[in-house]
Design a protein around this ligand. Structure first.
Ligand code: GAL
Length: 354
């Protein structure tokens, strides 16, 4: 193969999550790629940014990873700057999935393709592809762990939490979970004593654990002043830990047995809580694989190919159905965290027990 442009020699750290050997390779300069991540408050997005950058670099691109710490305007400015300097493509995990229409219009005018990463960008026709996990299934897995984890006829008291309403994923997770929980609520096996069941009522702005903690504390002081909560649907580990703090402050985990709490992302702090029997479940999404898919999509687009997709129906963003590649999420609990997370090298045994 002949490289038309200058050949850059880059030194790369080739590794998964942990360290690895440094290698020098020659690769073409294929241009800049803007990688826009929502926040550094959650480990996963930091890892996503690193994985994307590493893989783009290996292919000869010059990645620039930006985090906006959940500030929507800052994220828009970052994208503006990437468009202005002529990046070849953008990979975007939106903070507010409804706020990027205008800036993506500018990217489209400059013929810069955009890949929506993990979170669907809504209300814009200027997205080429979407790389994510089966988000509905995430909710199904969480709810199934509740339904199977509660032993007996019930009725059991359940409370519901959802993610940030401006993140399209939050609705998918919630709908997936309710597809399993609602029949059991209807049958009387599960009961949401607070009566707070509408998505808008149980959503948690910006996936903020402190907000979830506050809401759980309110429910415990009111609805549960003389009743026990048996299970809590939480869509994300960061919320689960906030909920757990509120429960512990109200005497759960000591005099009262902790309820069954779900989660998502297999964050290290939550995997430790699973090992300790305090959080029942998390949904593991191998973000190294997600990065691979997004990089392949981008590279294929930029080299005249056609990215591979496996879903052309579910992700209607209000303007178009965005062609999507869905990866499979994995249910993780005390019985399999060792095999799924440690044996696979995602975490070391020392990290989980340390
Ligand atoms: C969602 C994502 C989840 C979780 C959450 C909070 O969009 O799909 O895996 O990370 O954001 O960061």
């Amino acid at each position: 193969m002949k490289w038309p442009v200058a050949v850059a020699v880059v030194v790369l750290a080739v590794a998964g999550c942990g360290g690895g050997a440094d290698v020098s390779i020659a690769s073409p300069d294929r241009g800049g790629v803007g990688i826009v991540m929502p926040t550094t408050k959650s480990e996963r997005w930091i890892a996503d940014g690193e994985n994307l950058a590493r893989q783009f670099t290996l292919l000869g691109y010059r990645p620039d990873v930006q985090f906006a710490d959940d500030d929507v305007k800052a994220q828009i400015s970052q994208i503006e700057a990437m468009v202005a300097r002529g990046d070849k493509a953008l990979v975007v995990a939106a903070i507010d999935g409804t706020a990027l229409k205008d800036v993506l219009g500018r990217a489209a005018a400059a013929k810069i393709p955009v890949i929506a990463y993990d979170r669907l960008i809504r209300d814009s026709g200027d997205i080429s592809y979407y790389a994510t996990f089966d988000n509905f299934k995430v909710g199904v897995l969480q709810a199934t762990s509740i339904v199977n984890g509660l032993k007996g006829k019930g009725p059991f008291n359940l409370e519901l939490f959802a993610g940030s309403a401006d993140d399209n994923n939050a609705t998918f997770f919630f709908n997936g979970a309710m597809s399993v929980l609602q029949p059991q609520i209807n049958a009387g096996r599960l009961k949401v004593r607070s009566g707070e069941t509408a998505f808008a009522k149980v959503a948690t702005l910006r996936w903020d654990g402190a907000v979830a903690k506050k809401r759980m504390a309110r429910l415990l002081a009111g609805t549960y002043s003389s009743a026990r909560v048996d299970a809590v649907l939480s869509p994300y580990d960061g919320l689960s830990r906030g909920i757990l703090e509120a429960l512990k402050a109200a005497g759960y985990g000591a005099a009262k047995r902790l309820p069954l709490i779900t989660g998502q992302d297999a964050e290290l702090d939550s995997v430790k809580l699973i090992a300790a029997g305090q959080q029942a479940e998390t949904v593991y999404k191998d973000t190294r694989e997600l990065a691979k898919v997004a990089v392949q999509m981008t590279n294929s687009l930029l080299t005249g190919g056609r990215p591979e997709v496996n879903d052309t129906k579910q992700y209607d963003n209000g303007v178009k159905v965005v062609p999507t590649f869905l990866l499979q999420p994995v249910n993780v609990d005390k019985s399999n965290y060792q095999r799924v997370l440690v044996d696979s090298g995602y975490y070391t045994a020392a990290e989980v027990t340390g």
